[in-house]
Design a protein around this ligand. Structure first.
Ligand code: SAH
Ligand code: SF4
Length: 355
């Protein structure tokens, strides 16, 4: 059999593009996305000759190695080695009766935000649509779930999704497709550092997914200190794009705001933020900073986080605080940096996973 990297990735295909005739395609889609098959040989209601023909041409897994690191709070960080040896990560979060996965869209990230461990890695490469989807399928398999039991997807792992929009859109279309993962668009959230062109493009696609904007500062001067892309895209330009997205999709936009000590945590900034969001159906997600080794910034202490939240609430801005999860294994927001947590807690994968 050919080495898997010489085969074509079947996860790049929409259900109607899958190989085979009419109902065979539906069968294959069902095996991939409802049953979570990890090998063509599992597709027992297909004729053996077809299974063999599929295996000669297509590959079903994008990873050569999968490592899982369970956190004490129930989340699990996954480290994937891609077929070219590069690595990326995803996080499984089974909280509040909701099974969520946080997926990566790149190896590393070119945006270089100062507070983000992924940014400090620099840019590796874009992930393909198949590599994005396979993170979800592999996690489902490892967790003993049907892929369709994962009902929430956040594109908040490594990378900037709007700088890899072609592949991200392809993956999202397969996630939403009724014959694939059949996810509700309201349960897919794309988080961006704020690339206006990408936001307009996403609005045009009209997929109905939720948008989360990583704002982190209500004024350009502060924002430029922590987010290099803010030099290119002023807040006013990003907000115009976000308003357009909101008008077009009618979806409430989430604004993410990581509180950094002495940088963006002043109460005047909470007031300016409230002013900026006026008239927009918005929700602010305050993220206490998740520390990582070598970070040039520090987090706002808890009292400061609460005070910032109170000020926003007082001004009528719907606000929540996203206390971190998975910190002990480096799985929290902005901690994804391909580090193997110590002590190493490798969970054996079920047979067939990560092939
Ligand atoms: N590139 C996208 C998505 C990945 S980052 C984006 O920037 O939105 C996901 C979220 O984690 C973003 O809101 C990001 O700003 C935040 N984040 C990054 N590093 C963090 C850290 N160390 N602590 C808390 N949040 C962080
Ligand atoms: Fe990239 Fe997002 Fe990290 Fe910024 S916060 S470096 S955009 S992953």
């Amino acid at each position: 059999m050919a080495a898997s990297h010489a085969l074509k990735p079947i996860l790049e295909l929409l259900p109607e593009e899958l190989p085979g005739e009419g109902y065979r395609r539906a069968q294959i889609a069902h095996w991939l996305y409802a049953k979570g098959a990890r090998d063509f040989s599992e597709m027992t209601d297909l004729p053996k000759a077809l299974r063999e023909a599929l295996a000669r041409e297509w590959r079903l897994s994008e990873f050569s190695l999968v490592q899982a690191f369970p956190s004490q709070d129930g989340s699990v960080k996954y480290l994937f080695t891609l077929l070219d040896g590069k690595k990326t990560e995803a996080v499984y979060m089974p909280y509040e009766n909701r099974k969520t996965v946080c997926l990566s869209t790149m190896v590393g990230c070119p945006a270089g935000c100062t507070f983000c461990a992924t940014g400090a890695l620099g840019f590796g490469r874009n992930l393909t649509a198949a590599e994005i989807l396979d993170q979800l399928l592999t996690i489902a398999y490892h967790q003993g779930l049907s892929p369709r039991e994962i009902r929430n997807v956040v594109l908040m792992g490594m990378g900037e999704p709007l700088l890899n929009l072609r592949n991200v859109l392809k993956a999202v279309r397969i996630m939403l497709h009724k014959k694939a993962l059949a996810l509700s668009p309201r349960r897919v959230t794309l988080s961006t550092v704020g690339i206006p062109k990408g936001i307009y493009r996403l609005a045009e696609e009209d997929l109905g997914v939720r948008l989360a904007l990583s704002l982190h500062a209500p004024d350009d001067e502060t924002r430029r200190k922590i987010i290099p892309t803010a030099h290119r895209y002023p807040i006013a330009e990003i907000m115009e794009a976000v308003r357009h997205y909101h008008a077009k999709t009618k979806r409430r936009v989430t604004f993410e705001y990581t509180l950094l000590k002495g940088v963006n945590d002043h109460l005047w900034q909470a007031r300016l933020l409230a002013k900026l969001l006026k008239g927009l159906s918005a929700h602010v997600n305050l993220i206490p900073f998740n520390p990582w080794e070598g970070a040039p910034v520090a987090g706002t202490p808890k009292a400061g986080v609460l005070a910032f939240a109170e000020e926003l609430k007082r001004l009528g801005v719907p606000t929540s605080i996203r206390w971190s999860r998975g910190q002990d294994v480096g799985a929290a927001c902005g901690q994804l940096a391909l580090k193997v947590p110590r002590p190493l807690t490798l969970t054996p994968l079920p047979e067939g996973a990560g092939r």
